[in-house]
Design a protein around this ligand. Structure first.
Ligand code: ZN
Length: 470
């Protein structure tokens, strides 16, 4: 064993089914989990749904369902999609579970006992869609409206509990400075640091009043806990915080939290501060991945998928039409994980045909068919050369290290680019040039050598592709 590796994805609001952007995040995390397992790490991969939110109880009410019944059914539907994509998670947390709530209450009590929570009054502009108070600085085009939802903000005033986030500002800045990998990719790191330095951190209201659904605050059950304060805790309750100290100590701190770039601030400021307030360590890395936009094949228009806006592409529609594997390949190949990418049905078909079917598929099929027909599937003892014979000027070790570096940096598209263009394409060309299907008729031994060399390349490519980048 190399060591432990604990990684998580964001947990999702189950007010509607997952869209392709949600799936994109799970894929990127899954490739990393599979790669780290291959490296010999003891990997723990956590996912889940964020259920203790007003959005979810509203949606259940619209459908005339009990909220918990609704949440359980949505969790089943989410997991169905994750299973169809072969996401290798170890645990799936539902925040409405009794165990999660129990462990959260212990954490919140501890933060309170440590003096980091105080009672006060919150007065501000609130968005029901975001479930948060917005800063009063919304001017110009969006004046009075939520910048995300575009709906009018409502004035809300209520007694509440504050978390002393402002007290952690200096420690956060120092942590960012001494842990340059903490916020990834680099561009998000700079954004967050400059945001905190210019705007500063204010104490945050962590309670809500008058909500039926949600988690009661242990020291004042009139209040429920603000959804973020409970959702973030999934990352520790999921590995035993609160009732399984040994497992928690084994896996914490998290090696990577994968999240959408829009929630970087919660994860890189609020979350470490919460942990410190309870006497725990901050995570090692927060990786804010890019978004997937949909390109309309007819109009060419680019659209951001949003559950709130109701314009989502269902992963299951793509999986049913192609396959889970094709889905994985497209998004990892076509959309750079740290940046933004695009999905269009037309492009999906192109990539599927040109790279999966014609390049990898064709190579595999030739290398199975010819040896089966002519050599009873046995090519050993041919004295075949290394892949250097197939790919001109290849330094195999350097090539493998390059691919590994890309995977470790979550540059999955670049890893695939290298495997396809620098490795599989030359292997296909080598077969074309040497045409073992013809050669076998005149020189069976020479054809065998060609096949052996090509199969070596395919073997190495298979190992590199094993974390299911494809
Ligand atoms: Zn909003």
């Amino acid at each position: 064993m190399v060591g432990k590796f604990f990684l998580t994805t964001a947990i999702d609001y189950p007010n509607s089914r997952p869209h392709i952007g949600t799936a994109f995040e799970k894929l990127g995390a899954d490739v990393q989990a599979r790669y780290r397992r291959m490296e010999g790490n003891d990997v723990f991969f956590l996912m889940g749904n964020d259920e203790n939110t007003v959005k979810v109880s509203k949606r259940a009410a619209e459908l005339g369902l009990d909220t918990k019944v609704y949440c359980d059914d949505m969790a089943r539907q989410f997991r169905e999609v994750w299973d169809a994509l072969d996401i290798s998670y170890d645990v799936f947390i539902q925040t409405s579970s009794d165990r999660h709530k129990e462990c959260c209450r212990k954490f919140i009590q501890k933060v309170y006992d440590n003096g980091h929570i105080y009672k006060g009054k919150h007065d501000g502009w609130y968005c029901n869609g975001c479930e948060e108070f917005k800063s009063d600085k919304i001017h110009g085009e969006n004046a009075g409206n939520c910048p995300v939802h575009k709906n009018p903000l409502i004035r809300r005033s209520e007694p509440c509990y504050f978390f002393k986030l402002s007290a952690f500002q200096d420690r956060l800045i120092a942590y960012y400075e001494s842990n340059p990998d903490f916020i990834q990719p680099e561009s998000r790191r700079n954004e967050i640091i400059s945001l905190i330095q210019t705007e500063g951190l204010r104490d945050i209201n962590i309670s809500r009043q008058g909500e039926e659904w949600g988690m009661r605050i242990p020291f004042d059950p009139e209040f429920t806990i603000y959804v973020w304060f409970d959702a973030l805790l999934t990352y520790i309750t999921g590995i035993g915080y609160g009732d399984d100290e040994a497992t928690f100590k084994k896996y914490w701190p998290a090696d990577i939290h994968f999240i959408g770039k829009d929630i970087t601030r919660f994860h890189t400021a609020l979350w470490p501060a919460m942990l410190w307030a309870a006497g725990e360590e901050a995570p090692k890395m927060v990786f804010g991945h890019g978004f997937v936009y949909r390109r309309d094949d007819t109009t060419g228009e680019t659209i951001k998928e949003s559950k709130t806006l109701g314009n989502v592409t269902e992963p299951m529609d793509i999986i049913a039409k192609f396959s889970g594997e094709a889905f994985r390949y497209y998004f990892m190949r076509e959309c750079p994980f740290p940046g933004d990418g695009e999905f269009s049905w037309r492009r999906f078909v192109d990539v599927f045909n040109s790279e999966l079917a014609n390049n990898l598929g064709n190579l595999l099929s030739r290398l199975i068919t010819i040896p089966s027909k002519n050599y009873d599937r046995v090519l050993e003892g041919t004295g075949g050369k290394t892949p250097e014979a197939v790919v001109a000027n290849l330094d195999q070790k350097a090539f493998v290290n390059k691919v590994r570096g890309h995977v470790e940096n979550c540059e999955y598209n670049q890893a695939l680019q290298a495997i396809i263009q620098d490795f599989l394409t030359p292997a296909n060309q080598y077969l074309e040039t040497n045409a073992p299907w013809k050669l076998v008729k005149t020189d069976k031994e020479a054809a065998k050598n060609v096949l052996f060399n090509a199969i070596q390349s395919l073997r190495i490519a298979s190992i590199l592709l094993f974390p299911r980048i494809s």
